[in-house]
Write a protein that binds this ligand. Sequence first.
Ligand SMILES: [Zn+2]
Length: 427
Amino acid sequence: MNPQKVLSVLIIGLLSLLPIGVVAQEPAPSDPPRDEKLWKKALEIQRKSIVVDTHNDVLSFMTDENYDIGVSSVGKYHTDIARMREGGLTAEFFSVYIDRSYAKDGGSARRALDMIDYVYRAVEKYPNDFMMSYSTADIRRAKKQKKIAALMGIEGGHAIEDSLMALRDFYRLGVRYMTLTHNNTNNWADSCCDTAKHNGLSDFGKDVVREMNRLGMLVDVSHVSDKTMSDVLDVSTAPVIASHSSARALGDRPRNIPDDLLRRFTANGGVVMVNFYPGFIDAKVIAASRARDERLKPQTDALKQQYKDDPRKLEEETNKLHAANPLPKAPLSVLMDHFDHIAKVAGVDHVGIGSDFDGVPSLPVGIEDISKLPVITYELLKRGYSERDIRKILGENFLRAFAQAERVSQTMSKTISADGSVKRIRQ
Ligand SMILES: [Zn+2]
């Protein structure tokens, strides 16, 4: 470690000792000067509000690299406890991300169980910082106790290995949402980014959604195909979430949500949580990414051939190739445009935060890690949003949808057939 780095680590260490809201975050040199009065107001709102992030992938590093979230990882990961506190975060959904390779090779449910254990052990290790949380009431309690509510969402419905029994067990272990697919079509739901096999949701896929409604587990439509999303919105009696998706009108990627489906969140009462990744949200970065894919095709084809039996090594090598060929940076304004767009099309009651921190290789300028979350509040103030609307976006919209899902669950039958299937009768 060179002396300059030692100094910066010292400064970061000292800053992390300060209470939330007083840390002065310096604007990037290219930004217009910060309005200090407005920034102070943003920090005040952040401190008072329930701030929920519905998608963070740091759990993959905790599981694979035994990363201790209580140790500073500035410059390496986007998330550690000190920076979660600095960002004014109330509730984090740790993503129990199950790679598609498990669907092929087996072991999806086991992988999910292992990852869930890592969340519990992190919460046990840091009881003054984290509170294991399962409900809206728990999130509000964590806020009062000045702790971070730790929640879990499974990413990739293949985790349940086509078993409603496993789905129920994951609920019992505390999982409170499930992303029906990742970028792979599974045995019952089509993904955004794979061959469609079911014309959306299969009959069993519809049973999965109904059972999630009955349990009070939120249905997450990030990564699913448009038809799957439409089917979910037809079938679900509870509000639906997109835990980390943005607007396709501004970022033309199949995993983003088109306006006609955004509008359906209004009637459903659900919430679309904006994903921060430049490669999903910025039209210029998306175009540069497509050009890069074209340019690097010979190399990527060679890697695919070389590591055809080792998907993890393939991903690692592809990431290295991409790191050596970086994409242009995205300004913060592009991210804020997605909040604006979804608030305009679906309504301000239907937008929230789904960062994708530690699941993406880069972030817009000014929001490089979880400590920078107050810049969202600041930028919303700058764009003229009221404090009430900002608090909705920061977390109250999500809490409203989650509370409604809890109520729907309470009204549904508790009866399960002897064969483990669900009787579709509402009480
Ligand atoms: Zn994802």
